[in-house]
Design a protein around this ligand. Structure first.
Ligand code: NMX
Ligand code: MLT
Length: 433
């Protein structure tokens, strides 16, 4: 399999590079940790490593060194599409090189071959669906696949440490292959007729998702490709990536680990912000019977803040500029449906809300993040059930966290176990200084 060959070829050099760095520079101090950081969610504590993506506070994400416009321009695209194969992005994340069209198609073919979801998963989801949020269903479905883990089986049989990453890659391909069908079934169960749809062998991964949720629109196929690429990875410290990494560091398999990561994504300060954000926009729209004036919108934003709530889709723990994932979606919509009312409202929010947040003076970054606009685009194409939106985020996020998990295992990253202290100890340390 092409991904395995490509990673295998790079491993001796990577292992030697890290061995040498740790041996020769292991005592080099990267940073210091303050009491403020310990109590403040470890913000900006530089304690993780990932070579798959990096978020520069002043620029935003780069995937394997490439900005979003570069990724869109360089990755191969299906005939007639304006956005790349998601299989090409997965190749880039895993291998670190821009794939040829054949290489991107090879990943798509791997996904096709592994896309069949066991009937037992559908049956379980059916039983849970009436009372469950789509994110609970999504996380449960991933967990239900755990019994098929190749890593868990091979580990039980006995395997050399150097080879752990190979079944991890197998599991990652098996898992990511099934996610479009699982997400589409959750959509069907919650909002349509509950039927199971199957991938079409002629279509790529993202187009299959659109086909299976029943949106018949070529533009939406492109939006899906863009959406899954944009949401794939955001370096390693965000909650979903970090949780997945932490859980996998105990050598649990990718199903356990990613299911846990999804549970983190389901929080309103993380991935669930995308559903909250569209809900907020629609509240504005309903309250004013359409797109409001700037003054009305400003007042609505203040009312939200004064009621003790956050404005969803704005602010970020790392970014200090508008999120380029936001900008990419804004451009997509501007080029295709500039007059859509909810889109015009989202644009107006972008013009008004940063100044309100600045005036309030609390948020370190008053600019929009990825969630500020993603729901607006889904809404335009008829995917209007916004408690489904975080599932879409999760389908994309699987790509980045599984790529990281494969490499973490290939490089033998150990079980993660930082040290905790008591408040008394911290008080004494501070006093003695
Ligand atoms: N609206 C109102 N207050 C905000 C916002 C916002 N959008 N963003 C930050 N603040 C507040 C924050 O609650 C905190 O208040 P307090 O001191 O009372 O606790 C203060 O500003 C300082 O927070 P920051 O250091 O700027 O932000 P932090 O790194 O702690 O948190 C977020 C980052 C993203 C959690 C935060 O900006 C937020 O809650 N945004 C809204 C929710 C959201 O859009 N989340 C999605 C993030 C992206 N994703 O997909 O995961
Ligand atoms: C993400 O994509 O995970 C979010 O932007 C949150 C983060 O990076 O902290």
């Amino acid at each position: 399999m092409i991904l395995q060959e490509k990673i295998n070829a790079q491993l001796p050099e990577w292992r030697e590079r890290i061995r040498k760095l740790v041996k020769e520079q292991g005592d080099y101090v990267i940073d210091q940790v303050s009491i403020g950081q310990v109590y403040g969610g470890m913000r900006d504590a530089k304690v993780l490593v990932s070579d798959i993506s990096y978020v520069d506070p002043a620029e935003g994400i780069r995937f394997r060194g490439y900005t979003i416009p570069e990724v869109i321009a360089k990755l191969p695209k299906p005939d007639g599409a304006s956005m790349p194969y998601v299989g090409g992005l997965y190749y880039l994340l895993l291998v670190g090189e821009i794939p040829t069209r054949e290489q991107a198609q090879a990943v798509e073919a791997e996904w096709q071959a592994r896309s069949v979801v066991p009937q037992s998963v559908f049956d379980m989801l059916r039983a849970l669906a009436p009372q469950a949020h789509p994110m609970q269903l999504f996380s449960q479905a991933v967990l239900a696949l755990q019994s098929s883990s190749v890593f868990a089986r091979k580990y039980g049989e006995g395997m050399k440490k150097d080879e752990y990453w190979i079944p991890m890659l197998e599991d990652s391909l098996n898992l990511t292959a099934k996610l479009p069908a699982i997400a589409a079934f959750i959509y069907s169960l919650k909002y349509r007729n509950g039927t199971v749809s199957h991938p079409d062998p002629e279509l790529d991964w993202a187009a299959n998702f659109t086909q299976m949720i029943g949106v018949k629109d070529k533009e939406y196929e492109d939006l899906s490709r863009l959406y899954f690429i944009l949401h794939s990875d955001h370096e390693s410290g965000n909650v979903s990536a970090h949780v997945t990494h932490l859980v996998a560091s105990s050598l649990s398999d990718i199903y356990y680990a990613f299911s846990a990561g999804l549970n983190g994504l389901a929080g309103p300060l993380h991935g669930l912000a995308n559903q909250e954000c569209l809900g907020w926009l629609l509240d504005v729209y309903q309250k004013f019977g359409g797109v409001p004036t700037r003054d009305q919108l400003r007042q609505f934003a203040w009312d939200t803040l004064n009621s003790g709530k956050v404005i969803p889709g704005y602010g970020h723990a790392v970014l200090r500029v508008p999120d380029p994932r936001f900008t990419a979606q804004l451009e997509f919509a501007r080029q295709r449906f500039p007059n859509d009312e909810i889109f015009r409202l989202a644009e107006m929010v972008y013009e008004v809300v940063p100044a309100v947040l600045k005036e309030q003076g609390k948020a370190k970054n008053p600019a929009p993040n990825v969630d500020a606009i993603s729901g607006t685009l889904q809404y335009h194409y008829g995917v209007r059930e916004f408690d489904f939106y975080t599932v879409l985020f999760g389908v994309g996020r699987a790509l980045g966290v599984t790529a990281n998990a494969v490499w973490a295992r290939a490089l033998g990253q150990p079980i993660e176990r930082p040290k905790s202290l008591t408040t008394k100890m911290l008080e004494e340390m501070a006093k003695s200084q």
